[in-house]
Design a protein around this ligand. Structure first.
Ligand code: AMP
Ligand code: MG
Length: 520
């Protein structure tokens, strides 16, 4: 297949309908992916290709590699580098933008949802600054593993369609094999996209962007009296739900800069993220997060901080900056939303915790048997137990299903002092009994043990296993460990015996020294 700067167009792989480039002039720059030396398909999610209505079946891998590296632009692609700003670790950069990514187009998937198709690692753009615009095989396969794990855990996320190795080296601390990832997202609108227009004082651009975001993610709000305010509220609610879910699986994003927070409510940008092992609310893995700004327990606070930055960016749409009284009113309105956020988060987190505790049984009137305060305390005390007893976060929760089936020993065995869980277990059992007494008899409701197995995963992407799989792929070109790990991560709730090696915690000395790296 000829290789060129989009000179040759292949029959449609995707059926593109590119609204971003069309409707938001000034929000992006048309740009071409770099041509790569020897594209080779490392990973393709064929079922997702099908979901996207992509015509991948029957195409040779070499053709797909050419199309999914950008060497041959898929027909209808209109690649653009998106502009955005962002607060990075609290400091504002008025212009970040896609420095190593390109939105190549949008498709309507088989469920009627608009999805962005984007490349990551596709070469320099006008936003690259000192970066090379490239990505390495390891971090791109890492994005596949963690993103697919999140998806299987039921957590909103961007996803990877494909990874193509480029046959070129990228230079980090050492030379590494290069790759291009194809990312699929509900959109790539970020808090930082709004900040970009606000920082430039481009009110028309900001207005168009807000209208675009509403049309794309919250069409019901279009007719509301104050769409920017309602958009802020909708984003805040989605983020409250998202962060609550992260917290429920021990996920630490690692770089919650405002350019890495979506309007859609999807998790985006799998850089230095990691899942914690032994429960520690202070857990941080990122090598550049010296102050622990993005530590596990800080994530809800940071989400609120980021939403306050979104609120600031939206304010000029809500009030004429010259009109002091109107500005005051608008500030009061957005402040109310930002102040509500902790309550929305706590409510969603309590839902997550109730599910993980098996006390979310459907009850008449939809009210749980326990008070919110009691259930918050029950969850908090379980987490305290895990922390004090040095218990692996994932396995600690998972062993509640054994306890629900009458066997406390697997949970006790994880504790330094096997007697330590006794008082908590007694309280939990009393609470379960209250839930059962209050619940209507729901025919076909699975047992608590079964429900707990669906709420508390057995397999998460354990850092040491992820690193092993990536090293095999990156250093030796062996993708077999990556593929078996991915298969296990796709069934996180199953008790499959073959998944056992993937469920084991890392030796503590490995976890203690584990560091993740950004922008690699
Ligand atoms: P991230 O930390 O991945 O969210 O990226 C922050 C900013 O740095 C974004 O504008 C990225 O596009 C840019 N960036 C990250 N890595 C590179 C790279 N290798 N080359 C160019 N720009 C990059
Ligand atoms: Mg980013």
């Amino acid at each position: 297949m000829p290789i060129g700067h989009g000179a040759h167009e292949d029959p449609a792989l995707f059926h593109f309908d590119n609204t971003y480039a069309r409707e938001l002039p000034g929000a992006s720059i048309a740009w071409k992916p770099a041509v790569v030396r020897a594209p080779r398909l490392l990973y393709l999610d064929r079922s997702m290709a099908d979901e996207l209505g992509a015509d991948a079946a029957g195409r040779a891998d070499a053709d797909l590699a050419a199309l999914l590296s950008g060497n041959v632009l898929p027909e209808g692609a209109e690649p653009i580098a998106q502009a955005y700003a962002g607060h990075q670790f609290g400091g504002f950069s008025p212009q970040l933008g896609d420095g190593r990514a390109l939105l190549i187009g949008e498709v309507i998937d088989r469920h009627g949802r608009r999805r962005d198709i984007a490349f990551k690692g596709s070469g320099r753009t006008p936003f690259s600054r000192s970066g090379d615009g490239k990505a390495a095989v390891g971090p791109m396969l890492r994005e596949v593993l963690i993103g697919e794990a999140m998806h299987a855990l039921g957590i909103p996320t961007t996803r990877a369609l494909a990874v193509v190795s480029t046959g070129e080296l990228v230079y980090r601390e050492q030379p590494l094999p290069g790759a291009v990832l194809t990312r699929v997202a509900a959109s790539h609108l970020r808090v930082g996209t709004f900040q970009y227009f606000a920082a430039r004082g481009d009110l028309d651009g900001l207005r168009r962007l807000a209208a675009y975001a509403v049309a794309r993610h919250d069409p019901d709000l279009a007719g509301s009296p104050n769409p920017p305010l309602e958009l802020l509220r909708a984003v805040a609610r989605r983020q409250a739900a998202l962060i609550a879910q992260w917290m429920g699986v021990g996920f630490i994003h690692g770089v919650m800069n405002t350019d890495n927070m979506t309007i859609s409510g999807e998790t985006i940008d799998y850089g230095p993220c990691a899942f914690m092992e032994a429960f520690d609310p202070e857990a941080v893995f990122s090598s550049i997060d010296h102050g622990g700004r993005y530590a596990y327990a800080n994530q809800p606070l940071i989400a609120r901080w980021n939403l306050a930055r979104l609120a600031e960016a939206l304010l000029p749409l809500m009030a004429d900056p010259e009109d002091e009284a109107a500005v005051q009113r608008a500030v009061a309105e957005v402040t109310e939303v930002i102040d509500e956020f902790p309550r929305w988060y706590e409510a969603r987190h309590l839902e997550v915790m109730r599910r993980k505790l098996g006390i979310d049984v459907p009850e008449p009137g939809g009210r749980p048997a326990g008070t919110d305060a009691d259930d918050v305390a029950l969850a908090r005390d379980f987490l305290d137990l895990l922390q004090v007893q040095g218990v692996d976060f994932t396995l600690g929760w998972r062993r509640l299903s054994d306890a629900a089936a009458g066997d406390d020993n697997p949970l006790r065995a994880l504790c330094r002092d096997p007697q330590a869980p006794t008082p908590w277990l007694a309280r939990w059992r009393a609470r379960c009994a209250a839930a059962d007494a209050a619940s209507t008899d729901t025919p076909g409701l699975p047992t608590r043990a079964e429900r707990l197995r669906r709420a508390n995963p057995w397999v998460i992407p354990r850092n040491h296993l992820v690193e092993d799989a990536l090293a095999a792929a990156s250093d030796r070109g062996d993708v077999a460990p990556f593929e078996s790990l991915l298969a296990a991560l796709r069934r996180p709730f199953d008790d499959a015996p073959e998944a056992e090696p993937y469920a084991r915690p890392a030796p503590p000395e490995l976890t203690a020294g584990y560091r993740t790296f950004c922008g690699t």
